[in-house]
Design a protein around this ligand. Structure first.
Ligand code: TMP
Length: 234
């Protein structure tokens, strides 16, 4: 009898700029390695050779004249490549895929922030990404002002250190980020079983523990469903 195709676990991280995603992804990666769970880490935009070039164009503050629809199309061009080259093969190989941002970012930033609305984003996701859905999404929503201040400080340091100005999004007004924040909350309310929202003023350790708790619970469910994780836990 042919073996069942293996399906790994698709975990995405979402949040405003400066919300601490990168720190949490690093912590979780160490945890996964300690548990001996096969995983890969990628990000959007970027992660593939083509995607890294798209990312540079999107984030460069010299791309100021990019129209919202151009920006939207570039996010999906990046994502389609990332799914084809990285995400789909890793899931097919039974790995846990950690992805720093996915289509919720497009819905929040282009749909909400740029006011293009959710419908066009969800439609493009169906057409270009085969409607691939994460198994779990961690949405980090610490205080809006604190996140932005952190992201803007980080960019200033980066410009000083590297001379590269990749702050096109961080240069947006606070009202843009308020719309992004509101759209994130709307998406989380629409999909409560997929999205775990971690809000408020918590320490890095507290957030990490919540993420590990949410992921362990899902992987436990997967064990009952006979994925490859069951043999690892035996
Ligand atoms: P990052 O700094 O978290 O890697 O994200 C880069 C920027 O790109 C961030 O400001 C959010 C923005 N972005 C969108 O506007 N739409 C998207 O679909 C994605 C993936 C990112």
């Amino acid at each position: 009898m042919a073996a069942e195709p293996q399906r790994g676990f698709f975990l995405t991280f979402e949040g405003l700029d400066g919300s601490g995603k990168t720190t949490q992804i690093k912590r979780l990666t160490s945890w996964l390695a300690a548990q001996d769970l096969p995983h890969i880490v990628t990000r959007q935009p970027g992660g593939t050779a083509t995607g890294d070039r798209i990312r540079a164009l999107l984030l460069d503050s010299k791309s100021a004249a990019l129209s919202p629809r151009t920006e939207l199309a570039m996010m999906f061009a990046d994502r389609a490549q990332s799914i084809q080259e990285i995400i789909a093969p890793a899931l097919a190989a039974g790995q846990i895929v950690l992805c720093d941002r996915f289509t919720d970012s497009t819905e929040a930033y282009q749909g909400g922030g740029r006011e293009l609305g959710s419908q066009i984003v969800l439609e493009l996701h169906r057409l270009l990404c085969n409607n691939l859905q994460p198994d779990l999404t961690i949405l980090l929503l610490p205080n809006l002002k604190a996140s932005l201040a952190r992201a803007r400080r980080r960019n200033t340091h980066e410009i000083e250190a590297t001379g590269k100005d990749e702050s096109r999004f961080e240069r947006e007004r606070d009202s843009f980020f308020q719309r992004v924040h509101a759209k994130y909350l709307e998406i989380a309310a629409r999909e409560p079983s997929r999205i775990v929202v971690i809000e408020g003023k918590l320490s890095i350790d507290q957030v990490h523990r919540q993420i590990v708790g949410a992921l362990s619970a899902r992987l436990g469910l997967l064990q009952q469903g006979q994925s490859q994780f069951s043999s690892e836990s035996a």
